[in-house]
Design a protein around this ligand. Structure first.
Ligand code: KG4
Ligand code: ZN
Length: 338
């Protein structure tokens, strides 16, 4: 079964054709980052318009390569969570195609896509596992017993990790999205005399709070003003250390609490080198296995949506006639596969 996946929840237009039987995958990905950079963040209206401009031509290209619309056996799209207008573009395209081609249609949860992205790698994890989802919009720890059996263990009460990276990077004068830039700046020193707080690690529980780190960075900058290059790098380094250690502590706690021996890390911040190293050490010490999706499937993409949707279509799930998107949507509302 060849499933077309359409992802338009934020600032990436992602399309993929995934063959559930052979694992074969073709995909197209377009990132709007350049368009949003001058505004220092994603502008929802511009995002929707860019999806409108890009999705149909990208689909044509993908289908030309795959041998036309006959190659499509089912269509899935990101139904939420995400930006309302952006979601509507993908949902409308999917719905129109499904109606015209008379193919089954299903709306997919974006975070389920991220959770299942490691299934597309050469060494996919077995169930059950704990997943750490760290992106620009989300920070969550989820216990994954099987597809559709998700228990939210903890989440950010304020800024997502990627957002905290981006905001702190902006304070340091780095361009959007600042996460990788901040990491690169931090890597110019090998230690920092500064110590940032590890938010909420003393309290039991698995929730996160990252907005205080940005304020701490601002206060530190004011104290050290005027800043030279070395102090900027030391601030970046101390910030990154605090984030990485906090995530490590919470991941260890989550593995123990859920009684799982596998940790899957997904989302853009999963690209962070020091986070990967720290989680690697933690997992070794715990005797746990650690999994990362391929870098191209860490960030938003159509392949993860096609995969999650294909598994659900194969289990007989379909959209029930009503056309809607879910800008806010909890993972725990999803139904398990039969
Ligand atoms: O998953 P993603 O591509 O997009 C969504 O937010 O859905 O994640 C993007 C986030 C941004 O906040 C970006 O700054 C952050 O991931 N990021 C990083 C790194 N690479 C990307 N943060 C820290 N270190 C990195 N190497
Ligand atoms: Zn995402």
């Amino acid at each position: 079964m060849n499933v077309l996946g359409i992802e338009t929840s934020c600032d990436e237009t992602g399309l993929a054709l995934y063959d559930l039987d052979s694992g074969g995958l073709r995909q197209r990905l377009y990132s709007q980052i350049e368009r949003h950079r001058e505004y220092g963040g994603v502008v929802p209206e511009l995002a929707s318009r860019d999806h409108v401009a890009k999705a149909a031509p990208m689909l044509r290209e993908l289908l030309d390569e795959a041998g036309g619309v006959a190659a499509i056996d089912g269509i899935v799209y990101t139904r939420g969570p995400g930006l309302m207008g952006a979601l509507m573009v993908g949902a409308s395209l999917a719905r129109g195609l499904a109606w015209a081609l008379q193919r089954p249609l299903l709306g997919v949860h974006h975070m389920e896509g991220h959770l299942l992205a490691p299934m597309l790698s050469e060494r996919p994890p077995e169930f059950p596992f704990v997943a750490l989802l760290v992106s620009g919009g989300h920070t969550m720890l989820v216990d994954v017993a099987a597809i559709g059996r998700y228990r939210l263990l903890g989440e950010s009460l304020d800024d997502a990790v990627g957002e905290a990276f981006d905001k702190t990077a902006k304070l340091l004068g780095l361009p959007y999205p600042g996460g990788p830039e901040l990491a690169a700046l931090a890597a110019t020193v090998d230690h920092s005399p500064l110590t940032f707080p590890r938010p909420m690690v003393d309290r039991p529980g698995l929730d996160f709070s990252f907005s205080g780190l940005k304020t701490f960075a601002l206060n530190t900058m004011q104290q050290l003003s005027p800043l030279d290059d070395r102090s900027r790098a030391e601030i970046a380094h101390a910030f990154e250390t605090a984030v990485v250690e906090t995530l490590g502590i919470k991941c260890r706690r989550a593995l123990r609490q859920a009684g799982r021996g596998r940790l899957v890390v997904a989302g853009g911040v999963g690209a962070n080198r020091r986070l990967r190293e720290a989680l690697g050490e933690m997992a070794d010490a715990e005797g746990a296995e650690l999994f990362f999706p391929e870098p191209e499937y860490c960030t938003d993409n159509g392949a993860m949506i096609a995969y999650a949707g294909a598994r659900r279509l194969a289990a007989g799930q379909r959209d029930e006639g009503v056309f809607d998107v879910r800008p806010r949507w909890s993972l725990e509302e999803l139904t398990p596969l039969k």
